[in-house]
Design a protein around this ligand. Sequence first.
Ligand code: FE2
Length: 297
Amino acid sequence: MPADVFTAPLKKPGHLGDDWLEPSQAQYDSDQDAIWNDLFERQMGVLPGRAATAFMQGTEKLDLGRGGVPEFKRLSEELDALTGWSVVPVPMLIPDHVFFWHLANRRFPAGNFIRTRETFDYIQEPDVFHDVFGHVPMLTDPTYADYMQEYGKAGWKAMKYNRLKALGALYWYTVEFGLIEEQTGDIRAYGAGILSGPTEAVFAVEAESPNRIMLNVDRVMRTDYVISDLQPTYFVIESFEDLYRQTVERDFDKLYRNLPPAFTYANSAVIDVDYVVNRGTQEYLLRGGRGSGAKPA
Ligand SMILES: [Fe+2]
């Protein structure tokens, strides 16, 4: 992709090539390995029964609790044997078109740094714990792994039509904050933004505040979202096959031609075409959310 379609206001550090990859994974010291171990243990105290079965199985297949920040080389070899994916180190958030290119080639870019004790509970930029613990286990699921590759390929078309915002909402409501109904009434999380933090793992699955609505790709791509607080709405899939079909079989040319540039629906809206699993009280949002110290109920 030529430089004039560069899509994000990001300045590339001088030592990186056009692929934005770090030449090697960072070396983590024992304090940093201990941060990984503590984060891992905290999540494992919360996730059983709340995380998707595929996710829990992925953490075991890749042995993410073997101690310390996982070594990308070994992780990539194991992942490659399962679904042909690898994990590659990046310094920070990278431009959209580079990110898409890596996904389209079954490479998952992961932050080459870990949060500190001071930022243990919340960090703005995705670190190695969010990226590896949150995202990589799902890449052991063959259908989900294919969905992620297709998402990367879909990026080019969204750029052509200038509808990256809409495609970003699809990523947000599936890859980051997606829920799956594994059996009737048994809703679990598969989104990395939910699975890498203790509060949202409980809130997304059990709280009364948020809406839970069956995923409809057209509707989701018209829906605004919250970046730095718990979501007012989560979208639920029936299966990863359903997620794959809904996106890959969609005529995105037609969709983009009709899609307005701005979002149509507020992030807490329930609309008449929705198949609602739970209609939320929105109590958390109405009390003012994170800034007000509202309880995530
Ligand atoms: Fe993420």
